[in-house]
Design a protein around this ligand. Sequence first.
Ligand SMILES: *Cc1c(COP(=O)(O)O)cnc(C)c1O
Length: 234
Amino acid sequence: MTDLGENRLRENIAKIRETIAESAVRAGRRPEEIILCAASKTQSIQTVKIASNLNIDIFGENRVQELTEKYDAGAYGEKKVHMIGHLQTNKVRQTVGRADIIESVDSKHLLDAICAEAAKHEICQKIMIEINIGGELSKSGIAAEELWDMLEYAEGLDAVEVCGLMSIPPRYETDDDSRRCFAELKSMFDRAVDSGYGLKYLSMGMSADYVNAILEGANIVRIGTAIFGQREYK
Ligand SMILES: *Cc1c(COP(=O)(O)O)cnc(C)c1O
């Protein structure tokens, strides 16, 4: 499949915005609270440039190489980009400063590397902690019970600011199971906020399950396929 043109992208995004608004209202929330992150992995620089002028809030990339190429080509325009894929420490150098937020932080080792790089540039790098809520081996993220230790550790690093939690739950058969899992993440988020951690973002929900995520409290949804169509891996 070839990249979708501007009109199709605009239509897809308009439909998603409508669904986001309906879901927010159903949950007694304001639609403006929800940040739409366009997950643009595998999309060309040209397609990303087009999308950057449409009604999305930010971009999300999985691979450092793609993020770097698109960022340096100015593909994101005025929009910011988040790193949402697994990050290896040897790629931290390219990511810090380019990614507005690194959402997928899943070890102290990685936190240390990000902090050192950010300090070198005299910036504070915003990050989020990724939780592997379903405990699936194929997914990255820390175990739920490690969250408190990670939050406390990150608090001690001065060139890093933890601003939220991110997760990719398992694919559930039913909405009930899906919502239960998102609700669990929301309750971890709320407990962290109540404990004094300054978390702002709860990033959860993708094309298949963002309605459930919003109903349970997500304020960033990361959507790829529903915007750009099926991905073609080269
Ligand atoms: C690809 C990706 C998404 C978007 O997935 P879709 O199912 O295409 O909407 C969201 N989050 C992460 C971390 C991804 O890698």
